[in-house]
Design a protein around this ligand. Sequence first.
Ligand SMILES: [Zn+2]
Length: 335
Amino acid sequence: MTADELARGGVLVVAGTHGNERNAVHLLPRWRLAPERLSPRGLAVSFTEGNPEAIREGRRYCDRDLNRAFLPALLEDPTQQELEVRRARDLLDTWGPRGRFPCAVALDLHSTTAAMGNSLVVYGRRPADLALAAGLQGRLGLPIYLHEGDPSQRGYLVERWPCGLVIEVGPVPQGVVSAAIGERTEIALAMALAVLEDAREGVLRLPERLVIHRHRRSLDVPRDGSGKPLACVHPRLQDRDWRPLRPSDPLFLALDGRPLSWEPGPQDPEAVWPVFINEAAYEEKGIALSLTEREVWTVDPEWGLALSTLAALLLSADDGNKTRLAVEKTSRPGS
Ligand SMILES: [Zn+2]
């Protein structure tokens, strides 16, 4: 994090980055009406729909996946005018760390069709992100998927803010609003804000250890020459996210009824821990599941320091309202 990025700002909550993940979008009006329910100690929280056009159409995206569109080279190229690229620029111009309503932290709310329960996705190893994730895991026991080192999957929204993570809740079908999924989303969001409130007040307590599931690689089902699947996820693997998969365990079920078992490659660890098993949105990405390695890390005090330094600059709800009024005043000619 550069000193330049460490500016005063609020917390941005994004719902509907994928237009067919509707639970957080459904709850936005309630959160906007009473943000103090989520942040009783009064952080300045801004709420926005990630991809309003895709939400209207009930699709994950219109031109390209918004949560892979936050690549600096793409955003800076004026010839790139796909809807999601324009929306990514718009989100950064409005809520980015140097936007009109600057935000220092982004919490991006998603849902999955996989049976992953409530979990967190962290991209890379930024100390403040790891502290926020550790604080949440310490309070709610949420599993953490650390996504890193995958050149085919890049350009995530939260990476463009000084601190941020994804809250992922499932299983829920695409396009479905479920009260239980909404409730779990709200609990995780409120707890993330509570961790930030603690950090801002200098009373952040982190657990001694952090359990992470580190991304290794993704697997697709076998396909024929024209791309048609020749197998599906084995019924004994379905819904077994976050549980170890060992050599010879059933992986896929071939069309002829034969089980295809997991045979690790030379680079694979002894046990892998699958996540996003049969996630509906990943079919087009050629991903039937992702393999992770479970690791226990000692929580580094530097992480907490990084988050506290950043959180000390978070605006209060009152300051946030003043900024909003000032911006509106200066952007209205003649007033
Ligand atoms: Zn999503």
